[in-house]
Structure formats: structure tokens, C-alpha cells
Design a protein around this ligand. Structure first.
Ligand code: TRP
Length: 449
């Protein structure tokens, strides 16, 4: 088999995801993200881009030592878990200077109002409201800009699919909108990405039975020593049933964690042991052995890497060089597109004939996880004026848009059950904005003829 260089990405589906470098990987990260991603990275029909989102980390964390240590630990964990840096693009965000440059280009095509509605920023503002503080108290411009930086991560490498958690879907939608706006203004350069939410992946409970998460302080690090792992497992909450008493698997954190590692037969056999009244100490021993069996072979490599940070640096820098083979020419293309170009070339190039750009609302079409086709009408500030229900085909959605554009009053009556007004939006807002959209289309048609 001839190995193609991994920069030949044209044919394959590009899958990209980032990991914020603020913590130490735990079993929940392993089961929920690392293990499925490493498996998916072996699919020859895809080209994987996995990167350490260390610029994003600065938004949440101002401890330089922790950022550095987390970057090392996360990189070492992914490699130890089987991610092959020769096969995929594996790099550190801050080694790609093209990303902050693209962030700026996208900043300039993103409505401030759109960012006002980003969940993370809004949550902070709402919290301030609730506490009677100034709405933007302790909110950095970094938090506000988070979605734009993320958009640049994604659009830089023309990603098709972005596997993320539910909380990140909005960010991918924003990246799509940024790409459309950019393309609308400067030509088709950016690829519109799609979020992929893995529903089947297990959510792992932590030591206290709540979701395993750093913020609950209930995690089990992926790579603690075998002795440490055993000790932590002994601290998982159980009920007070004595050995000999039958135990319920339902709601048992211990059982759920076991299931995330064990085969179906192994889980069935532990379920039987529960029913037969296994003691909690013995059940914990079984869990420890099962996890350790999976983790131990990786642990040695993890430790070797963490103890040799220069080697990890070298791997990441090599990955960045490979990624920049794509990023550097692409940012040149984008610089040229927006007009940051050689002055000599500018003199010979005609500016595209364009009437003064007025901010008008726009219809956005998209497909949801449910497989249906939707559209929304969004004003220039990013406010949703109309939201459609699902259509079975893109053509039906397109027809509905066409109707609305032609005669909104009649269309609204006909489409009644297919579209709903956005929050706090009145019918006259919609009519007004459709009228301005129509005026703009007429203007365009005129300037063409
Ligand atoms: N925001 C993501 C998270 O917190 C991390 C991230 C940064 C990311 N850039 C990305 C994920 C680009 C996907 C694509 O999980």
C-alpha cells in the first residue's frame, strides 16, 4: 500500500475537533471523547484534525503553569490512547498563527448581536443580572469572542464534520453563519461545517454519582497510578446494603462505570453478581481490575511521554508544520479575497460591481439531526424573526421561502402551521424586513440588467 501524505485531503471527509487545555484528562473524557475519537480516526474515508485549543484555554484559565501542564497531559493522553500523529493532523492551536488572523476576518463579518446571544456569554450576563451586578461584570471580551475563535479553528481547515457535545452545537451554527457571510461578501472560499453529536456515547457518572466533571470535583484521572486508581474506585458512592443482600444495578454509579468498559457478557455477569448479593468491596475490586486492564498498557506510554516533554513538543510542532501546509496558502487566498493584497495586483483588478451594501435580513436554510429541513429568517443583527418547522425535503423549504419572499401576507396565512414568529417578534417586524429584502433583490436585479 502506498501511503499518501496526509496533506492530500481533497477526497476525504474532514473531521475536526478541539480540546481546551485547562485540565487533566479523566475517565469521563476518555469514554466520552478520547476513545471514540481515536477509533473514528482510523476510518480511512476521513481525515482527522485534532488540536489542543490553548487559545481557548486562556479564556477560562489565567494560570500559566496549569495551561502548560494541561497541554502536555492532554497531548500525552491522546497519543497514549492510540491517536497516531502520522495519520491525523494533531497540533496545538497556538502554533498556527493563521488562526488568529482568520479570527479577525471572521470578527469583521459577524454581527455583534449574534455574539450577544451565544450561550456561554449570555449565561454570564444572566448571572450578573440575577445578582444585581452590571451585566458585563467580570465578562472578558475573550469570552464574548469565543465563538469567533472557534469558527476560525473550524473554517481554517475546511472541516466538514465537527464532533462536539450538545452545548457546542450553537457554536457550529455560528461558524456556518460566519462562513456564509464571508462567502456572500468575498466569494466561495469557506466550507460550511456540520455539527456531529454522538448520542450513543456513554455519559460517565463520577465518584458521587453525578456526571463526572471537573466542576463537581468527582473525577477519576485517566492516568493515575494503579494504586491511586484502586483507592479512588473504593470511594465511589454505593448504598448501605451488606454482602449477601441483593443490589440494584439501576442507579448504581459503579455499575454504569463498569458498563462503559466491559463487554455485554461481562456486564451481564456483574448484574448477576449484584442480584446474588456481591459485597461492595468485591464489586469495586472487579471494576478496578476491568479499568486497569484497559488503561495499564497505555499508562506506560503516557508516563514516558509526560516525562519527556521535549518529545511531545516535537510531535506537536511537526503536526503544526503539516497543518500549516494547508493553512498558509489558504490564508493567502483569504487575504487576497478581502483586499489585503499586493498593491500592484490591486491596480489591475476590477473591484466587483456592487451597489452600496445595505444590511438586509436573510433566510438561512439548514438540516437538523432529525433529518428534516428548516429555515429561519434572521435580521442583520442576528435576531431570529421567523423560524420554520421541519420540512421533509429542501425543495419544500425552498418553496416556502419563495412564497414568503413574494407575498408575505398571503404566505404567512398559508404557512401558518409551518412557521412561527421569533421571540418578541411581531408580524409587522417580519413584514417590514421581508419588504426590505424584496427591495434589495429588486435593486440587485436592476444593477445586473
Ligand atoms: N469549545 C470547545 C469545547 O469547549 C473546544 C473547541 C475549541 C472546539 N475550538 C474548537 C471544538 C473547534 C470543536 C471545534 O469543547
Amino acid at each position: 500500500m502506498t501511503t499518501q501524505t496526509s496533506t492530500q485531503t481533497t477526497e476525504r471527509t474532514r473531521v475536526l475537533t478541539g480540546i481546551t487545555t485547562t485540565g487533566t484528562p479523566h475517565l469521563g473524557n476518555y469514554v466520552g471523547a478520547i476513545r471514540p475519537t481515536v477509533r473514528a480516526s482510523l476510518n480511512p474515508a476521513t481525515q482527522g484534525f485534532y488540536f489542543l485549543a490553548d487559545y481557548h484555554a486562556l479564556i477560562k484559565c489565567d494560570d500559566p503553569v496549569r495551561i502548560q501542564r494541561s497541554t502536555l497531559e492532554i497531548a500525552a493522553s491522546w497519543i497514549a490512547a492510540g491517536l497516531d500523529p502520522e495519520r491525523v493532523m494533531f497540533y496545538r492551536q497556538s502554533d498556527i498563527p493563521e488562526i488568529p488572523e482568520l479570527t479577525w476576518f471572521l470578527t469583521c463579518v459577524t454581527g455583534k448581536g449574534v455574539l450577544n446571544r451565544a450561550h456561554a456569554y449570555k449565561a454570564s450576563v444572566d448571572k450578573n443580572h440575577a445578582a444585581g451586578n452590571d451585566p458585563d461584570a467580570d465578562v472578558s471580551a475573550g469570552l464574548f469572542m469565543y465563538p469567533v475563535l472557534m469558527g476560525a479553528d473550524i473554517l481554517m481547515f475546511k472541516a466538514h464534520k465537527v464532533p462536539v457535545g450538545r452545548d457546542q452545537i450553537q457554536h457550529i451554527e455560528m461558524a456556518r453563519d460566519m462562513a456564509s457571510s464571508f462567502n456572500h461578501l468575498y466569494g466561495e472560499h469557506l466550507v460550511l461545517p456540520e455539527a456531529v453529536v454522538e448520542e450513543s456515547v456513554a455519559l460517565l457518572p463520577g465518584l458521587d454519582g453525578r456526571k463526572m466533571s471537573k466542576s463537581y470535583d468527582n473525577t477519576i484521572p485517566l492516568f493515575s497510578s494503579s494504586a491511586q486508581l484502586k483507592k479512588l474506585i473504593s470511594g465511589i458512592v454505593t448504598d448501605s446494603r451488606a454482602p449477601g443482600q441483593a443490589k440494584a444495578t439501576e442507579g448504581s454509579a459503579l455499575f454504569q462505570i463498569y458498563q462503559a468498559f466491559a463487554s455485554a457478557e461481562e456486564s451481564a455477569s456483574l448484574a448477576k453478581a449484584y442480584a446474588d448479593g456481591i459485597g461492595w468491596g468485591d464489586a469495586k475490586q472487579i471494576l478496578f481490575e476491568r479499568i486497569d486492564r484497559e488503561v495499564a498498557p497505555m499508562r506506560a506510554q503516557y508516563e514516558a511521554l509526560v516525562n519527556n516533554p521535549a518529545q511531545v513538543d516535537a510531535i506537536l510542532l511537526k503536526g503544526a508544520a503539516k497543518a500549516r501546509e494547508l493553512a498558509t496558502p489558504f490564508i493567502q487566498e483569504l487575504r487576497h479575497a478581502v483586499g489585503l493584497r499586493s498593491l500592484a495586483s490591486a491596480c489591475t483588478q476590477q473591484a466587483p460591481a456592487k451597489t452600496a451594501r445595505v444590511a438586509v435580513p436573510a433566510f438561512k436554510q439548514y438540516r437538523e439531526q432529525d433529518g428534516q429541513f428548516y429555515f429561519k429568517l434572521v435580521d442583520p443583527q442576528g435576531r431570529v424573526l421567523l423560524q420554520s418547522m421541519g420540512f421533509t425535503s429542501p425543495k419544500d423549504a425552498g418553496l416556502a421561502i419563495g412564497q414568503l419572499q413574494q407575498d408575505e401576507a398571503q404566505a404567512m396565512a398559508q404557512l401558518g402551521q409551518h412557521v412561527a414568529l421569533g421571540d418578541g417578534v411581531s408580524l409587522s417586524d417580519v413584514n417590514e424586513s421581508l419588504a426590505s429584502l424584496r427591495a434589495e433583490l429588486a435593486e440587485k436585479a436592476k444593477s445586473k440588467s
